[in-house]
Write a new protein. Sequence first.
Lengths: 387, 387
Amino acid sequence: MTDHSLVFPAAEYAGRVARLQAEMARRGLDALLLTTPADIFYVSGFLTRFWESPARPWFVIVPAAGDPVAVIPSIGAELMGRTWIKTIRTWDAPNPEDDGVSLLVDTLCGLLPDRARIGVPMGMETHLRMPVADYTRVAAGIAPRSFVDGTAAVQRVREVKSEAEIEAIRTACAIAGRAFARMPEVAGAGRPLDQVFRGFQALLLQEGADWVSYVAGAAGPGGYADVISPASPDPLQPGDVLMLDTGAVRNGYFCDFDRNFSVGPVSDAIRHTHAALWHATEDTLAALRPGMLARDAHRLLSEALVKRDTRPGGGRLGHGLGITLTEWPSFTPLDTTPLREGMVLTLEPGALVDTGRMLVHEENIVLRAGGPELLSPRAPLDMPELA
Amino acid sequence: MTDHSLVFPAAEYAGRVARLQAEMARRGLDALLLTTPADIFYVSGFLTRFWESPARPWFVIVPAAGDPVAVIPSIGAELMGRTWIKTIRTWDAPNPEDDGVSLLVDTLCGLLPDRARIGVPMGMETHLRMPVADYTRVAAGIAPRSFVDGTAAVQRVREVKSEAEIEAIRTACAIAGRAFARMPEVAGAGRPLDQVFRGFQALLLQEGADWVSYVAGAAGPGGYADVISPASPDPLQPGDVLMLDTGAVRNGYFCDFDRNFSVGPVSDAIRHTHAALWHATEDTLAALRPGMLARDAHRLLSEALVKRDTRPGGGRLGHGLGITLTEWPSFTPLDTTPLREGMVLTLEPGALVDTGRMLVHEENIVLRAGGPELLSPRAPLDMPELA
């Protein structure tokens, strides 16, 4: 019995649960029902790539007081048993007649009073990782207990990272930084883009990623048209700008930042736009403070780009980061989430180059009382050239 | 504008939609609402790792007649525009005031009559990839149209693979087969297990995987205790059995099979159990036929193990495979899903060695009229030894 899979000492998880319980008390919740890999890892330390199989639902209940209770498929009992969670109830899944429904109902009813309000994450950035028909059955089975929206209770706690979490994200960022520094080993004129993607993923693994959940990118003359497409087999050409963006994972925590490279010499238009993105990031690193709102980060980045004669790209210009590639809030004009000390965030300004193509630029930070502290190794002002 | 991201010719997707529409007609469904990466890729060819970000919901509607309609965040318009989908409606997500809800309601109401029954996958192996509070809002907004269970309509179509899909899965299997053949390059006595996992993922990429969504495994003396844990940093020891299981992805399609290796000479107990697993697979390859039920595959594998003085492990002994690492049905005593020609399946017998440890063994097949055809390169009867 080792606890390699626990990632952090049990006290880290106990602290998280205490903070969740404080939020639950404030919001009148008698329990939380969690179903996603991120929420369950957050409270338990249960970390496995087995989530990739959609076959089975998994549940963790956080009561108003006391330790969490896991209600999970028996295939996970061994691994969950190595976390700090002591109460683990299992069923043999998948079971087409009753896939954990009655066990979950029984557990909730045994733990919670008749009028209990059970928080389930239902809002933005959430989904329910169980069949919705079974959710409806559980909701009927627990009456008069009821499911209510638990999004805020979870998000207000998870969004403020502990120092242990910040170090985990810093480690993931450093891995990606070392892999980006080795890009000339895998990228250059004539190299097919899909092979560049494969080579970059191999570099991330060599540099210490446990796995690589996300690599996106693009390449094109004078910028790129979109940033979410899979790689084509087309070879890189002189004059292309290559962008790679990665969410590499170490100990369950992500980095999420990108870097741009010029295949051959950098054009004036690209130099101008890249410098504007870089300086807009500098301005925002200098100005961002706890107490601002998410939309203020959008405003700071947008204004800094406009001041430098650059048209901001559409979409959000940054977001939260941690156990998933992206977390709330979103740096858009509409997001009024307060920015708080300890939030880990991305600054992700994008800009249109002429011809409708774009450039993006991304760094990862933790927001401290005095302002941002970089977690990603800062991109150079001058875009690196590849042969 | 290239169509690298389409994966297959448009006719492949049109055929899928025609088959879905035939099932929908049989089941009295006026449309399907799809929200998951797998279902959306299946009908559209929209393939991106951007799903890793939980920030935004995505929707594709399959009407009773005519082409699918996409209702998606604007960041995906460029990529979706390169698929065969012609009608693409977008909003700027994430929007905390209305994250696609009114656009989806408007689209469904414009497409469908007042009394329309809209199928949503709600059953086993499904989840709804959108906030459940927004789902409730959409359900209210489309009344008197209603959401009903669309699981069977989707699963009865997706479970029978086209020849193009079978070739895609065969390609993924061949990639993993080549990587497994190179295991001595990355594994042996003294190598830390987590480094073996990293090295194996790099081999999969070198051999042509676009990305590696799943690697699990374990190592221990005379077998292993569970098969879903992350890798520990403990070095491999002489006498360990090392098992690695991978879902490597090429063009959006998975393989899912494992291989065992002995660090040093194989013990008699391990040789006996491994041979039983291997022969149980042979027996089932010889006996499995369309028209049997999923539970018959469980029975065939279990009986073959018992006949060889081996105790079958708990849990399911195989499952579907394709766009996700695992698909329905499940080879358990309770699953009565009919096995049909064209299904791609895993045969995954597991057995207990003495001392409570286990061995697992997995192959991937396509079920033909005359029986299974292997897609994974057949494992050797004798477990390979590592130095």
